[in-house]
Design a protein around this ligand. Structure first.
Ligand code: SF4
Ligand code: SF4
Length: 440
């Protein structure tokens, strides 16, 4: 795409980076076919190509964003399916991240939007606040129907609907000390340990069985993805710097061979820390080091080898999180691991399409998110699975809100198959299957 940025504009590194991205786009439109919002809405401005054009105009003219432009950028899920499809290597992620930060700085949203977005940014990334908010949600749930009738209060109704009815108690699992084993850290993050502490517990057990030494790194926290995607650039960078400081203390101290992530949405952002902090001389190199050590738990288990597993007779529908398949290009690895662990794995149709979770998207754009979820659940349930497995807490929560089939993280299944516990969400299903197997 031809661009018309001035030399002064291109002196800004963020602008120069976006210009390079825009120039790579050749208007071919291949990406439109795999963009969930274009597939649903059929509007060119809700396609990657349309959004690239809108953002080019906005950045080139440095005009105040219009409400219409913001609507189409807000509707983007950041699912990155367009990056998988694009034959020209357009880094849409970096462009839309810049576009969102520009909108945040130059557009005044209506008051209710500002309040909801501030609420999300100040609660979700903090484990204690998030846990408290979920407890309060129980009191608010009876009013969810009433709130949903008002367009302005719909996001609040959606938050109440998505809040789990029961919170699992925090689980403390101490790995057996593995002297001489590979030393790893597991990102604890923010939402996952509150919503599903069983995922970390299963990961710790599995890694212990693999002979890993797991270190707890003081000072790490939310990866910053949530605020970054809301356009709150400085908040996202602050979170990245805090985590880089925490992990580098460990790397430069006793050493660390990998930073493992069980929520793929977080993994995509941490792997991008090198780019996010590229213009900060105090952090650029250290952020790139952290990014290079970061890997999804499925990548790590694939690399190190699965411990001995007992065949399981469950049918698993594997839902590939967008952040894993499009953001990190981890494609067949997780389903191959499930197969190697003895499960029968089925992949739903349209597996490249987003389930509608996308960070806070299912709260802020609930109508599109619900349509995507229902389409995803239809495709999954056609496979008649015993269980749905995925690699991201956001997808897990979103799909579970539309299906009666139990939804678990793949690590919970792999831990179980290699000698760990039956995933709590699967208790009765596993028992019934075991009885059937015994009768056979
Ligand atoms: S990130 Fe996803 S929703 Fe956004 S333009 Fe690309 S394919 Fe479409
Ligand atoms: S596929 Fe790539 S090059 Fe083609 S229109 Fe989409 S972003 Fe541009």
């Amino acid at each position: 795409m031809q661009t018309n940025f001035s030399a002064a504009q291109l002196a800004d590194p963020a602008m120069a980076s976006s210009e390079a991205v825009i120039r790579k786009c050749v208007h071919c439109g291949f990406c439109t076919a795999t963009c969930p919002t274009y597939v649903l809405l059929g509007d060119e401005l809700d396609s990657p190509r349309g959004r690239i054009y809108l953002m080019k105009e906005m950045l080139e003219t440095q005009a105040k964003p219009t409400a219409e432009l913001v609507k189409h950028v807000d509707r983007c899920l950041s699912c990155l399916s367009c990056m998988t499809t694009c034959p020209s290597g357009v880094n849409y992620m970096h462009l839309v991240d810049h576009g969102r930060a520009y909108i945040e700085q130059n557009y005044r949203r209506p008051l209710r939007e500002r309040l909801i977005r501030a609420l999300l940014a100040h609660v979700l990334p903090h484990r204690g606040r998030f846990r408290m908010a979920l407890r309060l949600a129980r009191l608010g749930r009876p009013f969810a129907g009433l709130l949903a009738r008002s367009a302005a209060l719909k996001p609040l109704a959606k938050m109440l609907a998505l809040a789990p009815r029961r919170l699992s108690a925090a689980i403390s699992v101490r790995p057996a000390p593995a002297a001489g084993g590979i030393r790893v850290a597991i990102l604890e993050g923010c939402a996952e340990p509150v919503l599903r502490p069983e995922i970390r517990a299963a990961t710790v057990r599995l890694l212990g069985r693999m002979g890993c030494e797991i270190v707890t790194v003081p000072g790490e926290g939310c990866c910053g993805a949530l605020v970054h995607h809301l356009g709150r650039e400085q908040d996202g960078l602050d979170a990245a710097r805090r985590n880089v400081d925490a992990w580098m203390r460990q790397i430069e101290g006793d050493g660390l061979e990998a930073i493992l992530v069980t929520a793929s949405g977080c993994g995509t952002t941490i792997k991008d820390y090198g780019f996010m902090l590229r213009n900060d001389p105090a952090y650029a190199e250290r952020a790139a080091k952290v990014a290079s050590l970061t890997c999804d738990i499925s990548e790590f288990v694939t690399r190190r080898g699965l411990p001995k597993a007992e065949p399981q007779s469950l049918i698993v529908a594997y839902h590939a999180a967008c952040s894993l398949q499009h953001g990190q290009k981890v494609t067949s690895g997780p389903s191959d691991l499930l197969k190697a662990a003895g499960f029968t794995v089925r992949i739903p149709a349209e597996s490249h399409l987003c389930c509608g979770s996308a960070g806070t998207y299912n709260i802020l754009q609930s109508e599109i998110a619900d349509r995507l979820r229902d389409r995803k659940v239809d495709n999954i349930e056609r496979l008649a699975p015993d269980v749905i497995a995925t690699g991201n807490i956001g997808c897990l929560t979103q799909i579970a809100s539309g299906s009666a089939v139990p939804v678990v993280h793949i690590v919970e299944l792999i831990d179980w198959a290699t000698g760990g516990q039956v995933p709590a969400a699967l208790g009765s299903v596993a028992a019934v299957r075991a009885d059937v197997d015994a009768i056979r």
